[in-house]
Design a protein around this ligand. Structure first.
Ligand SMILES: [Zn+2]
Length: 210
């Protein structure tokens, strides 16, 4: 895939995240690790509905901008912290999905116990990061400290980072995450007890190959 094709893909999924409501205004960012070791990423301060290929920038692994006219997102340090820890993933999507954030606002980790198989099969083990100021070193450290081998990281009262071998995979995890958290939030609001899946079965589900 050429760099221009990668830019097109980043733009396509950035707009899709916006149209789905996973981000609003200039929120969220998407990155792809290039074969040469640099990272292509969305810029800061742009309404994501209007983003084009010309707006995408490139940074090195220390966060220095090496290409592009706009300024790289301030969240790049969190993306880079994950890439440095995970050599097997090449794309990261960061968003502020409403139900995912709401599920943490009510004071719980929505993944301590789960109630549908898909949450275990697709999301596997979700990492939960404590609240930290976004766009800071503290924020990057909080994510790096918990991410381990998890492809899905939920940050308390902030949002999510989903990772994968490509943009499609990282974005799909965001969709599944938000759907699960919507169900979790609505079930929590019902006031009725939630019927969780037994933890031993959850472990088996995480190992199901699909
Ligand atoms: Zn954010």
């Amino acid at each position: 895939m050429t760099n221009h094709e990668i830019k097109k893909k980043i733009v396509q999924y950035t707009r899709l995240a916006q149209s789905r409501g996973y981000t609003v205004a200039s929120e969220g960012n998407i990155s792809v690790r290039l074969p040469d070791g640099y990272v292509m990423i969305t810029p800061t301060k742009i309404i994501k509905d209007f983003i084009t290929e010309d707006d995408i920038v490139v940074v090195d692994m220390d966060g220095n901008q090496v290409d592009g006219t706009r300024k790289a997102t301030t969240e790049r340090f969190t993306h880079l912290a994950i890439y440095k820890k995970r050599h097997d993933i090449n794309s990261i999507v960061h968003a502020h999905p409403v139900y995912t954030v709401l599920s943490t606002v009510i004071g719980t980790n929505p993944f301590e116990k789960i109630f549908i198989s898909e949450a275990a099969m697709f999301l596997k083990k979700v990492a939960f990061a404590k609240f930290a100021k976004p766009s800071t070193k503290e924020g990057a450290d909080a994510v790096r400290d918990v991410c381990g081998n998890s492809d899905v990281i939920v940050i308390d009262r902030h949002g999510s980072f989903t990772c994968g071998k490509d943009v499609e995979t990282a974005f799909s995890l965001l969709e599944i995450l938000e759907k699960y958290c919507k169900m979790y939030y609505m079930a929590s609001m019902s006031g009725k007890p939630i019927n969780f899946i037994d933890s031993s079965i959850v472990e088996e589900l995480r190992n199901v190959l699909y």
